[in-house]
Write a protein that binds this ligand. Structure first.
Ligand SMILES: [Zn+2]
Ligand SMILES: [Zn+2]
Length: 311
């Protein structure tokens, strides 16, 4: 009798060990203002045309602070934050290729374009050619629910859905270099494109840019509002002085497209060594310390911060 109980207890303990191995940790933001939680999820399997990554690093972004304050609309809490990520391919659901037709093998160190679901069929996609405003667009770590899988980078594994484009990091670009550029670098590529900057132009950049920048704009200049992903309040604009008398062009710039991510990586690889991107990373945090990462980002005590599965 006692022997049987022992066997049953041991079997239960072993089942417990097994189920721990069959799960992975992820940080869950369950709602605005609620404490972050470390939850366990079933180990994901690659879907056909998709992949599973082992997370190497995930960005802690100002957007994550805004998410936690509930400043973005349409966020399907609970979510797993982390929209810019690097990972190692653990498994693919069939043969995968990058945009240049090169195979993406198991073990490759990759990033991915965090946007998916852009329909290619609506007015924004087809007529305005403004895919970042497509109403069907979804973004990893922002508009993906934790109920739908590991679709954010603050997790030990990241599920790559079919259709999400992977990009292999160039040989000379380490994950830390890529993460040093973070989402700001491809966003900058988009802003430069929107501004139509050409050789010989004079370009001015500042953080509290809107009121200050409009004052600095030259006659016939172009002004691109970039960032401002949440409502930071109104700013006074004098239509005569700031816009019309200057013959100014003012443009918005929402998110970035695959081309900007791709070109940002190519630029990093080409100018390797000229700029120490990784030096922008002020601190690394373990998943279990995600709350401190958000707090430090909010205080602006870090320039760039990254999440690791563990430290
Ligand atoms: Zn970001
Ligand atoms: Zn669309």
């Amino acid at each position: 009798m006692i022997q049987t109980e022992r066997i049953v207890r041991r079997a239960k303990a072993m089942a417990g060990v097994q189920s721990m191995q069959e799960t992975v940790s992820a940080v869950v933001m369950s709602g605005a203002g609620r404490p972050l939680e470390l939850r366990r999820f079933p180990v994901p399997k690659a879907r056909a045309g998709g992949a599973v990554l082992e997370m190497i690093a995930s960005e802690v972004c100002g957007t994550d602070v805004h998410l936690h304050h509930g400043r973005l609309s349409g966020v399907p809490f609970p979510i797993i934050p982390g929209h810019v990520n690097c990972g190692r391919v653990l498994e693919t659901g069939g043969a995968l290729f990058d945009v240049e037709g090169r195979p993406i093998e198991t073990g490759a160190v990759v990033t991915f374009y965090d946007v998916f679901g852009t329909c290619g069929a609506c007015w924004y996609c087809l007529v305005a050619r403004a895919g970042t405003r497509c109403p069907h667009r979804k973004v990893y770590g922002i508009t993906t629910s934790a109920a739908d899988g590991l679709l954010g980078g603050w997790a030990e594994r990241i599920e790559i859905l079919p259709g999400v484009r992977l990009v292999t990091l160039p040989e000379d670009v380490a994950p830390e270099d890529f993460m040093g550029g973070g989402c700001g670098l491809p966003t900058g590529f988009h802003a430069v494109e929107r501004a139509g900057i050409t050789l010989g132009d004079t370009v001015v950049v500042h953080p509290k840019a809107v009121p200050e920048g409009l004052e600095m704009l030259r006659d016939a200049g172009r002004y691109v509002v970039v960032g401002q992903y949440t409502d930071g309040g109104d700013t006074p604009v004098n239509p005569h002085r700031h816009i019309n008398r200057r013959h100014a062009t003012i443009l918005g710039c929402w998110g970035y497209e695959f081309t900007h991510l791709h070109r940002a990586l190519a630029m990093m690889a080409r100018h390797k060594g000229r700029f120490a991107w990784r030096d922008l990373i002020t601190r690394e945090y373990a998943l279990s310390d995600a709350g401190s990462a958000l707090a430090d980002m909010e205080k602006l005590s870090v320039v760039k911060a990254i999440m690791r599965a563990r430290i």
